[in-house]
Design a binder for this molecule. Structure first.
Ligand SMILES: [Zn+2]
Length: 413
């Protein structure tokens, strides 16, 4: 059965490549250096060129067929992304990749030390303005944003028109931001690894504009079902997280200007190896930007572990921010937070974490209970979609944008 699947997989990939041969999506024909979950690489018999057993991450150079198989496996086990494209680090040869793995392990170790330390739990002081903002989150708005985004046939970075939805969303955000009462900038970010662009909105900080709180999610979608056509509505993955961010921006833009800068990102090409976020995080590190926290919202619509049960991913995220989430939940959100893991490269937070920035990944459920219809034509709004559940993730973004961005708190390690 497994052999059959593999053979079918290769065939489908070849068919797909032939079918899109006239589309100038060069990235799909190249071998790539990647970081991925060691278990996934081993299960697929992909040669691992360097690895770190402590963090279960491996480095490999993969062909397009291997990439497809990793994405397919990630899909089978319920992950959104499956690997991080390291093409930008191509200049690092041989043991250079060991240093990437070593620094990843060192980041994980610092987080583990913090977790073991006997600190008092974090708590937030309740603020009336933030509490009032929680009540402004509209489930109807979330539904209408998800309906609109999932109406595009595909938002894939390998689509013939990979920026149609990006351009339309920028137009919509500009119309919305016309009502903003605080200074903002909106821009599209070009990438070298994909033709798709990332959309960014920056709310400039009033007192410490160089300190940045990032609120992000990927805007692209993908269809990985075998022979299932190319339609990729991606309602849960990730129109939902994208909608949470639009709603948080709508509410924040008429409130007091935050002391720190808040940057919203709708990333390009996450499904093809975290392409947009990897370039952005790498550039921010090179520019020595002071990113104090990164929120990643990717899949928030399917309450697989129960309504208002949030999976907080503990691998390749900041222990401090996970504590912060628990405190924010206690004070403002009133959901239930359950710790879980999703493996390396399951979403864009991995890009920021690898550059040393503190990241947080609250997910729609525990990993094993998440939506099984992602990456297929069936990822549409259904009776199981729960906008009350999804609204909690906009509230997380609001607390980070209105509390953390008005404080001096930062990761203490
Ligand atoms: Zn996703």
């Amino acid at each position: 059965m497994k052999m059959m699947k593999t053979a079918t997989m290769a065939f489908v990939t070849l068919v797909a490549m032939t079918a899109t041969a006239h589309v100038p999506a060069l990235e799909s024909f190249e071998t790539k250096p990647i970081l991925a979950d060691l278990k996934d690489l081993r299960a697929l018999n992909i040669p691992v060129l360097a690895k770190d057993e402590r963090i279960e991450v491996g480095y490999a150079i993969v062909t397009p067929v291997m990439q497809q198989r990793i994405q397919e496996r990630a899909h089978q086990v319920g992950k959104c992304g499956g690997f991080e494209d390291l093409t930008l680090d191509m200049h690092i040869q041989g043991t250079g990749f060991n240093s990437i793995l070593d620094s990843l392990a060192a980041i994980q170790e610092k987080n583990a030390l913090y977790e073991r330390a006997p600190f008092a739990a974090l708590s937030l002081e309740k603020n009336g303005t933030i509490e009032a903002a929680m009540t402004e989150v509209s489930e109807d708005n979330l539904r209408s944003y998800v309906t609109w985004l999932s109406s595009f046939p595909s938002r894939s970075n390998r689509d013939a028109e990979p920026n149609r939805h990006v351009v339309e969303m920028k137009t919509r955000l500009e119309a919305m931001l016309a009502e903003a009462t605080i200074p903002y900038e909106i821009s599209e970010i070009n990438h070298t690894s994909t033709k798709q662009r990332t959309l960014k909105v920056r709310l400039v900080g009033s007192e410490r504009p160089n300190e940045i709180v990032v609120l992000g999610g990927h805007l692209d979608s993908i269809n990985q079902s075998w022979g299932g056509g190319k339609t990729a509505p991606g309602a849960d993955d990730n129109a939902s997280g994208s909608a949470n961010l639009i709603e948080a921006l709508r509410i924040m833009m008429t409130k007091a200007q935050p002391k720190r800068t808040v940057e919203f990102f709708w990333y390009a090409g996450e499904e093809s190896g975290l392409l947009g976020s990897a370039e952005i995080a790498k550039q921010y590190k090179a520019d020595k930007k002071d990113v104090v926290a990164v929120l990643q919202l990717d899949m928030t619509l399917f309450p697989g572990s129960g309504e208002l049960v949030i999976g907080s991913m503990t691998d390749f995220t900041s222990s401090w921010l996970r504590d912060y989430l628990k405190a924010a939940n206690e004070t403002y959100i009133h959901a239930r937070i359950v710790d879980d893991k999703c493996g390396y490269g399951c979403s864009d937070h991995a890009s920021w974490n690898r550059q040393g920035y503190p990241a947080l990944m609250p997910f729609e459920a525990t990993f094993s209970k998440s939506n099984k219809n992602i990456h297929t034509t069936r990822d549409v709004i259904s009776p199981e979609s729960n906008f009350k559940h999804s609204a909690a993730y906009t509230k997380i973004a609001l607390v980070m944008g209105m509390d953390l961005a008005n404080s001096t708190a930062r990761q203490p390690y």
